[in-house]
Design a protein around this ligand. Structure first.
Ligand SMILES: [Zn+2]
Length: 511
């Protein structure tokens, strides 16, 4: 008898459908598995055979062939076990094919028939729904995250026996009752707020400009000025996640096994702050069976590099390409894995080894020490920062909190939402979504200047000996500042503020 069961393999954050066919016929007693299989999948044969025997379904002395298709995708991992077991049981007539046809099945099976969690249950459930399946049978540890897909029945099962009972229509096996909807969209809980930042008017303003146009931001200042504090609050002024973004982020966490305990899709914009000892692989993702890295965990949110000078130069260099492409491609023998990595990059550093330059009362670092310190930052990464802002030491009134409370994140976010709407309208019909993403060939179209402005920029270009890249960056940041004031035209004041954000690093690096 012949049977077919539907399962999937997760590649990147997408699920690719895989069919498991089983055929049982008379002939030499054998058990063969084919279909471009990785070694763990080949081992499934022994796991499934033993599990079935232990449950009282010893394989008959017949010719058994299992085929996993499509043949051109290499199958790896242990999530095929359950589908293989069900395919064989169906071919043996233990389970009826008509009960299996509309089901999606995935899970690892232990030798005594228990089911173990798989990674990527959310993308699997989303894929199963898309291909018209009516239900997913998964290990119970995966039921919660799979239910977040919504619109498809989920059965979270403890063991193979329970799955057989379910497929044979026994009533004691209940559908997993999902919690989706308990928390509505847009209900973020960050636990921190912009109003908690003391003083630092310019830093806060720069943060708002950065978030409004998705410009990368570097904060330079002494310890205790509030750089880290401000960075942590950047996600709170980003607009709420859209449904598509929530699902995308949740899928990244699902394939990393980080979504299992969650009651809802991820609602908050991620904030990731990897330690400076992180490896390039930890940052970008990778491994024999690729997994996403910090840059993907920060997708649609903020990647914060604190103490930028402590990071290994070579580690930072690897960020260049994904920062341009907004995604990571990892090529392996098994195929290409693609993870989204569209981030707002924020970084912070001290201006010198002691942290107090240019406050010469406290900083005794010599020029060569300072130069050596600053040279630790990778220049190409520095080139990718759109906004550099100084976060000076707090004054006494700011430090003691004798000043009125600042604006809340909600108030600032309202403005950011408005400015991003202006950008969406401007770029309608293109694949640009933010001012920071205007390609260099289109800068003159979207950031055109009047005569006075043109003359000012000509002067600045010479004075700061700008590169073409940094010249464009100034115009794009000025475009955002103009949008914040709902000005169609880029005015001189907008350009001046944008130039300020460019001259901080010039001043510090070329003091
Ligand atoms: Zn110093």
């Amino acid at each position: 008898m012949y049977s077919v069961v539907s399962t999937a393999i997760v590649r990147g954050i997408e699920s690719l459908e895989v069919s498991v066919e089983a055929d049982v016929s008379d002939g030499m007693p054998t058990f063969d598995m084919v279909g471009f299989l990785g070694s763990e999948v080949k081992e499934a044969r022994e796991r499934v055979r033993t599990a079935l025997r232990n449950l009282g379904y010893a394989l008959p002395a017949k010719r058994i062939t299992v085929n996993l298709s499509p043949a051109d995708i290499r199958k790896s991992g242990s999530s095929f076990d359950l589908a293989i077991a069900i395919a064989i049981l169906t071919a043996l007539g233990v389970v009826k094919q008509e009960n299996v046809g509309k089901m999606f099945v995935a899970g690892e099976v232990t030798l005594n028939g228990d089911l173990l969690a798989v990674e990527g249950a959310l993308p699997m459930a989303v894929g199963a729904k898309r291909s018209g399946k009516s239900a997913c049978i998964l290990p119970y540890q995966n039921a919660q995250e799979a239910s977040l897909a919504g619109g498809i029945k989920i059965y979270g099962m403890k063991n193979l026996k329970q799955v057989i009972r379910l497929l044979n229509g026994e009533k004691d096996v209940a559908e997993y009752k999902q919690n989706r909807g308990k928390k509505g969209a847009g209900k973020q809980k960050y636990g921190v707020d912009f109003s908690e930042i003391r003083g630092q008017r310019f830093l806060k303003r720069a943060c708002e400009v950065a978030v409004s146009g998705r410009h990368n931001i570097l904060m330079i200042g002494p310890p205790g000025a509030g750089k880290t504090m401000a960075a942590k609050r950047l996600p709170t002024i980003l607009p709420p996640l859209t449904e598509k973004e929530r699902l995308e982020i949740s899928k990244i966490y699902s394939v990393s096994g980080m979504l299992r305990e969650r009651e809802a899709l991820i609602e908050e914009r991620p904030f990731r702050s990897p330690h400076h000892t992180i490896t390039p692989q930890g940052l970008l993702g990778g491994g024999k069976y690729p997994k996403p890295g910090e840059i993907s965990f920060a997708h649609n949110g903020v990647l914060f590099l604190d103490e930028l000078t402590e990071f290994d130069k070579s580690t930072l260099e690897v960020l260049r390409q994904p920062l341009e492409e907004k995604r990571i491609e990892i090529v392996r023998f098994l195929g290409t894995y693609s993870y989204p990595a569209d981030i707002l990059l924020a970084a912070a550093m001290n201006p010198c080894a002691c942290g107090y330059y240019p406050d010469r009362d406290r900083c005794a670092c010599s020029d060569s020490v300072i130069r050596h310190y600053l040279n630790k930052v990778s220049q190409p990464l520095l080139d990718r920062m759109d906004i550099c802002v100084e976060a000076p030491r707090l004054n006494y009134a700011e430090l003691t909190g004798k000043q009125k409370e600042g604006e809340t994140s909600a108030e600032i976010r309202k403005r950011v939402v408005r400015v991003q709407k202006i950008q969406r309208e401007r770029f309608r019909g293109t694949d640009i979504c933010y001012n920071s993403r205007i390609p260099s060939f289109a800068v003159s179209r979207y950031c055109s200047l009047g005569e006075k402005q043109e003359a000012y920029m000509r002067q600045i270009y010479r004075k700061l000996s700008l590169t073409a890249r940094s010249y464009h960056k100034i115009l794009k940041v000025a475009r955002t500042i103009a949008d914040m004031e709902e000005s169609r035209e880029i005015l001189l004041s907008h350009l001046m503020e944008a130039v300020c954000y460019r001259s901080v690093d010039k001043k510090i690096w070329e003091h």
